[in-house]
Design a protein around this ligand. Structure first.
Ligand SMILES: C=C(O[C@@H]1C=C(C(=O)O)C=C[C@H]1O)C(=O)O
Length: 130
């Protein structure tokens, strides 16, 4: 049902129904499921890009954590998510960043899995920017 989220490949499309039009619990839950499907796709893609960053930095992984960069990320996101605000978003993004770094550490560099995943990530990003 949520397979259509990435369509065409390299582009994420998700309906953003106004909460006011959600009249039933089933409708509201279906809307949440669609948003979560998109969120999962974004999180997977973000983790792959963050893993690529780790390999490009002089010191990657948890050892190369950059609190200033993380603060700037949260500030930029808070402008788009004012009802959450910077303090809540900082908690969310701390979990997202740690999950990404953890996943990157589970996949050693220069393996076929990395190479294939990076190739897909950048091919999709290039295609999406055209
Ligand atoms: C991705 C980087 O490495 C780490 C992970 C970050 C992230 O997932 O956004 C941000 C800062 C760093 O702690 C980076 O330095 O840009």
């Amino acid at each position: 049902m949520h397979d259509q989220v990435v369509d065409p490949p390299g582009e994420l499309r998700v309906p953003l129904p106004s909460p006011q039009v959600l009249g039933t619990l089933d409708e509201a839950r279906a809307a949440i499921d669609a948003l979560d499907a998109a969120l999962a796709t974004l999180l997977e893609h973000r983790a792959a890009v963050a893993a690529a960053v780790q390999r490009l930095k002089p010191v990657g992984g948890f050892a190369g954590r950059d609190p200033d960069r993380e603060r700037r990320i949260v500030e930029a996101m808070a402008a788009r998510a004012p009802s959450l605000g910077p303090a809540r978003l900082a908690r969310v993004m701390n979990a997202v960043i740690e999950a990404g770094l953890d996943a990157a550490e589970q996949t050693p560099p220069n393996t076929g899995e990395h190479r294939d995943r990076d190739a897909r990530t950048f091919k999709n990003a290039r295609r999406a920017s055209r």
